[in-house]
Design a protein around this ligand. Structure first.
Ligand code: AMP
Ligand code: GLY
Length: 425
């Protein structure tokens, strides 16, 4: 089977690597890809959000399965264009991708499906915003309704700041604050059958101890030794399956990766957000632990016969990804800094995101530059290997967190203590 991965970030590199390890996958192509992906795949230049161009490329190369990584092409309808060309595509239609593309739409679907989530109000004017802030009280949660690359959400106890964010967006959701640790739970679905993956956690703030501004994600790990043992079953029954069923009922089946961002609050599990694609960087450790063929799984989902293949299986053990970001991230990002030491990393995969080649040298080309992703018998060993890899790599102004999976690793034997300690990340 010839596969084509659309996108150029760490998630796409991790997916391409897992596809390359599936014996049924004969070729991996990526568009546009990155220098790390060039080692395992053939790269093609294409505008990832141009459905016609992506479908043409897939047709020309004779691709059997297109996997769309990022949200922007999905919301732009690239999966529809690929399917219209008669090619299997893993990724939801434009309409189904609205689960991520519009937070108001996601809330509407959750309400119809009885899925537990934060109470919310859609607000368009300062008066509506003021009233909603007063209804829910501090801490205030104000979300831009549309896609905002992880930067559209403001959580603050400063009412003026909350109002200013609302005023800067056309339409916002103001919602109840959810306490408790956050979990990312991904499910592969063909619109009917739902196969959850194992839960992962990412670290959204730039600095240790969850300090500083939000980022696209500074690291992730899986599994979560502190999570309740029945979490997957509970989320499948109360969140994933009802959402997939509701989308089918509406005539817009969701086929692809349904990402449930969850808060484990004192009142039970609540959905913080849905995404319509694999998470980044959670995909990096998940793919490092996947013990069943990814290509076969995604192709079966794309062809509406997911029930014919088995659910994903996982290596025992754990995996940790630590992101190295460039100077100035997340406000900006430095480009062109020379990266050294990548080939010195042993016992870990270096997953590229914002890298480029300049005169034969690997250089930084974005905010999140790469993620060192390691497997281990447990979280401690996975952390040791990942951080040894991090120490081997150098570039001017590199920033990384030193506490990825630290609390979870230190408390692997005491579930309740770890859960207390982890807190919201
Ligand atoms: P989202 O873009 O919806 O994932 O929100 C980004 C981040 O904002 C989440 O990962 C949470 O850390 C935080 N957040 C979003 N909604 C809430 C909420 N209702 N209560 C507390 N924190 C939230
Ligand atoms: N890990 C957060 C995201 O992919 O949206």
């Amino acid at each position: 089977m010839k596969t084509l991965v659309i996108g150029s970030g760490g998630r796409e590199h991790a997916l391409a690597l897992a596809l390359s390890r599936d014996p049924s996958v004969t070729q991996v192509h990526c568009a546009p890809g990155n220098p790390g992906m060039a080692d395992i795949a053939t790269l093609h230049q294409v505008d990832a959000s141009d459905g016609t161009a992506v479908a043409e490329l897939a047709t020309t190369v004779g691709i059997d399965l297109v996997v769309i990584g990022p949200e922007a092409p999905l919301v732009a309808g690239v999966a529809d264009a690929v399917r219209a060309a008669g090619i299997s595509c893993f990724g939801p239609s434009k309409e189904a991708a609205q689960l991520e593309g519009s937070k108001a739409f996601a809330k509407e679907v959750m309400a119809a499906a009885g899925v537990p989530t934060a109470q919310a109000r859609v607000c368009r004017t300062p008066d509506e915003a003021r009233a909603a802030l007063d209804t829910f009280g501090a801490p205030y949660v104000v979300k831009d309704d549309g896609l905002a690359a992880g930067k559209g959400v403001v959580v603050t106890s400063d009412r003026a700041l909350a109002l200013a964010h609302a005023a800067s967006c056309e339409q916002v959701l103001i919602e109840e604050f959810l306490d408790g640790p956050e979990v990312s739970l991904f499910a592969v679905t063909d619109g009917v059958t739902v196969y959850p993956m194992q839960p992962a956690q990412d670290f959204k703030r730039i600095s240790d101890d969850d300090q500083g501004p939000n980022t696209g994600g500074m690291g992730a790990y899986t599994p979560l030794p502190w999570a309740p043992y029945d979490l997957i079953d509970e989320v499948l029954g109360t969140v994933l399956q009802p959402t997939v069923d509701e989308m089918a009922r509406r005539g817009t089946p969701f086929q692809g990766l349904l990402y449930a961002g969850l808060a484990l609050t004192s009142n039970g599990v609540r959905v913080v957000e849905f995404n319509a694609r694999f998470g980044d960087p959670e995909t990096q450790p998940l793919m490092a632990l996947l013990d069943s063929p990814l290509g076969e799984l995604l192709k079966a989902a794309a062809d509406s016969r997911l029930h014919e293949v088995s659910a994903p299986r996982w290596h025992p053990g754990a995996a940790v990804a630590v992101v190295l970001a460039s100077k100035g991230y997340p406000e900006g990002s430095s480009k062109g800094d020379v990266i050294t030491g990548v080939s010195d990393v042993i016992d870990a995969d270096v997953i590229h995101a914002g890298t480029a080649l300049s005169e034969g040298q690997l250089v930084t080309a974005g905010g999140r530059v790469l993620a060192v992703t390691a497997f281990g018998e447990d979280l401690n060993q996975a952390r040791e290997r990942a951080y040894r890899g991090v120490e081997a790599i150098n570039f001017e102004g590199a920033q990384w967190r030193t506490d990825i999976a630290k609390l979870a690793a230190s408390a692997t034997t005491d579930q309740s203590a770890a859960r207390e300690a982890e807190g919201p990340s």
